[in-house]
Design a protein around this ligand. Structure first.
Ligand code: AKG
Length: 309
């Protein structure tokens, strides 16, 4: 691989695992959070079939398709030279906002991450459109975004990819190594030697996977793009991959009158006492994050400012 993720340099040692199962568990849309958590504990990933109905899927697609159309391809092999990545989806798509706070997903994400943080936050919003002729992405774990500094057993991240088109083995369905979430941080370096399972699923279904499971986008050997909506969540004390304050700045939050559940996930709330306040550049006064969007703080934090209504 000539040009890969900057934090990743593969080794040639053999990976000491075999997949836990030959397929990923596929749950029904009516499943509970505990079913998701049990599958994540066992395999590090699972699929929930048809979580979006046809109307929701059509609405989502109608909102994101024009954004993808006007977007450019990636600039290296990791992001994909024939792949488009389209973000800022809280700002740009009401239907994506609905998916972000889907009851099953947000409930499972909160429970999964609860041992390590008081709150969770939105790590990234991104449609990944793997174009015709794209080659296979290198296998990796997403926790490497933080450069390997987060000790095990902390699980920093809970991930989803919502299929906006059918995911098939030939159009780029995600490669997963079930059980690899239990391996050490360097295991992905030799993962190319292991058989993967493909996250094949119908449009409207969602792949859920942890930040520790080894995975990667598939090659697209068809004539049309594979579109997946990647919505990921992480511990509120970590830096996020997509900078939500720039992708959805305070003026826009106010203009869109976003729900508190969404603004909290964007980070417009304290992650802990003294974590996330800002100082008014006009006065130097300490303010709760909510003050920037004209709201009262959800929690009392380290501030000396009186929040607005
Ligand atoms: O699109 C996919 O199937 C996975 C992509 C991925 O893992 C990534 O870009 O980090």
């Amino acid at each position: 691989m000539s040009k890969s993720h900057p934090d990743m340099s593969p080794s040639t040692e053999r990976l000491v695992t075999e997949p836990n199962s030959a397929t990923l568990t596929t749950l029904e849309a009516g499943c509970g959070e505990q079913d998701v958590l049990a599958a994540l504990d066992r395999d590090g990933a699972c699929i929930v079939a048809d979580l979006l109905n046809q109307t929701q899927l059509a609405q989502l697609w109608s909102e994101v398709e024009p954004l993808i159309e006007r977007n450019a391809h990636g600039t290296d092999e990791f992001t994909g030279l024939a792949t488009k990545r389209t973000g800022a989806l809280v700002a740009l798509s009401p239907a994506v906002r609905d998916a972000i706070v889907d009851d099953l997903i947000i409930g499972a994400a909160e429970q999964f991450l609860a041992p390590w943080a008081k709150r969770i936050q939105l790590h990234l919003t991104q449609v990944i459109s793997i174009g015709a002729g794209e080659s296979r992405q290198m296998l990796h774990t997403d926790r490497l975004a933080w450069g390997g500094y987060i000790p095990r057993p902390i699980e920093p991240q809970f991930n989803t990819i919502w299929a906006l088109t059918d995911f098939t083995a030939s159009n780029g369905a995600t490669h997963i190594i079930p059980g690899s979430h239990r391996l050490d941080d360097d295991a992905w370096k030799s993962a190319e030697l292991v058989d993967t399972v493909r996250a094949e699923m119908s449009a409207g279904s969602v792949l859920i996977y942890t930040g520790s499971v080894i995975h990667g986008g598939g090659a697209n050997n068809t004539a049309t793009a594979r579109h997946g909506l990647n919505l990921t969540y992480c511990l509120s004390w970590l830096r996020t991959e997509e900078n939500q304050f720039l992708s959805c700045p305070p003026d826009l939050v106010t203009e869109l009158d976003l729900a508190v559940e969404i603004t909290d996930l964007l980070g417009y709330t304290s992650a802990n006492y003294a974590l996330g306040y800002y100082s008014d550049p006009a006065t130097g006064n300490l303010c709760p994050p909510e003050a920037a969007i004209g709201r009262k703080p959800s929690d009392s934090g380290l501030t000396n400012a009186v929040a607005t209504t």
